[in-house]
Ligand binder design. Structure first.
Ligand SMILES: *Cc1c(COP(=O)(O)O)cnc(C)c1O
Length: 392
């Protein structure tokens, strides 16, 4: 098949819920992607942050092919060794607590909201406060939680009990809290929102507020987790522990998985019959996720994310000095946003023509998130392309 044949199939048979780039990928490795017509691309936004340790990581390939011959699925009313081992691994990297497995970021967040509501239920608490410009997924409850009107249009009535306050604004948050507040959910770096980074002072105050009022503090780490910020989880860059974190995207090495992790006294809030997921944490994805942790540990990828993040940001700041169209570079390790004073769409498209894949969000923010295995040579190649594109 040629790419034209594939796009025709989509036109006829696949719902148009995405604005798709007419590119058909056939194979990939690390940050290299090859399309169906044989053209090669450098991927600095692999799988929307899913392929965090690069495409088709050999460790993931090995784990999946080993498991696929043994057992692919087992229902969650039995046990699987890999699910148990993965839960232990996640806990060893976060905080003492327990894990619930789902299949996506939205589902992990749903589970977190259900936990907060169940925890607050007897005290009549049910409200969840989230942030403006946030993104939490596309289920009905999660478009309600998401602080952007564009995802909600046409879907009312939406579930009750959610409110939004401006991000990084402690006063507004404290004012919104009342006797009905069950949970506060936020991203430490609003990625879809344009790489907006929560301040340490703000997060410290949110933690204190949640402690004082008995509110569940939920951090959505779906995009920031698994090493992209130089730590396994982004909250580890802050001096606080949340009560709940949610994970998805990069944790499965490309396979679909969502995780909710609950700390201390929240670990046993969800009881038999209160929540479930048929596919959640099956042996195939659990094995893949374990191999992702192994790769990050064995190849010292947290260190690499930090070092290469510094290197890439320094290069981007070099471009900023050269081109006034770059307003600001915001970054935590390899979670990077380049805010432009012009529209980003054009830049993004020109990068694509020169075979560099990045993303543009909020109209004028280039989102650059290479795999955490990225090399200096790959960064140099990407910067050269960006330089040419910005030069015009
Ligand atoms: C992608 C994303 C989600 C939704 O994840 P899905 O797997 O698409 O449901 C939720 N929160 C954040 C921060 C995300 O980046």
């Amino acid at each position: 098949m040629k790419s034209k044949d594939v796009t025709k199939l989509y036109d006829k048979y696949v719902m148009k819920t995405y604005t798709r780039v007419p590119l058909v990928f056939e194979k990939a490795r690390g940050a290299d992607v090859t399309d169906i017509d044989g053209k090669k691309y450098l991927d600095f936004f692999p799988g929307w942050a899913v392929s965090g340790i690069g495409h088709c990581h050999p460790g993931v390939q090995k784990a999946v092919s080993r498991q696929v011959k043994k057992l692919i699925h087992v229902s969650n009313n039995y046990y699987s060794a890999l699910q148990g081992m993965l839960a232990k691994k996640i806990i060893s990297h976060s905080f003492p607590g327990k894990v619930f497995f789902a299949n996506s970021g939205a589902e992990a967040n749903e589970a977190a909201v259900k936990l907060a509501r169940l925890y607050g239920h007897e005290k009549g608490k049910y409200e969840i406060i989230t942030m403006k410009k946030s993104f939490h997924g596309r289920t009905l409850a999660m478009i309600t939680a998401t602080g952007q009107d564009k995802v909600k249009k046409g879907f009312s009535p939406l579930p009750a009990g959610f409110k939004h306050v401006p991000f990084n604004d402690y006063k507004a948050l404290a004012k919104a809290v009342n006797a009905k507040t069950a949970g506060i959910m936020l991203e430490l770096i609003q990625c879809e929102g344009g790489i907006n980074i929560a301040s340490k002072e703000y997060i410290r105050k949110v933690r204190r507020l949640c402690d004082k009022k008995g509110i569940v503090f939920i951090i959505d780490e779906v995009q920031t987790g698994m090493g992209r910020t130089g730590k396994m989880f982004c909250y580890q860059n802050y001096a606080v522990k949340p009560d709940v974190i949610t994970l998805a995207k990069a944790i499965g090495g490309g396979l679909p998985i969502g995780v909710m992790v609950a700390r201390g006294k929240f670990r046993d809030v969800l009881k038999p019959g209160t929540h479930a997921s048929t596919f959640g944490g099956g042996p195939l994805v659990a094995g893949a996720a374990l191999s992702v942790f192994e790769a990050i540990e064995h190849d010292r990828l947290l260190k690499n994310a930090e070092r290469k993040g510094k290197y890439l940001v320094a290069k981007l700041l070099g471009l900023k000095r050269k081109y006034p169209s770059i307003k600001e570079v915001r970054a935590v390790a390899l979670t990077i946003g380049v805010e432009l004073s012009i529209k980003g769409d054009d830049i993004y498209k020109k990068c694509l023509e020169k075979r560099l894949l990045i993303n543009c969000t909020q109209g004028n923010v280039l989102r650059i998130m290479p795999p955490i295995t990225v090399t200096r040579n790959e960064i140099d190649r990407a910067i050269k392309i960006l330089d040419e594109v910005l030069h015009g």
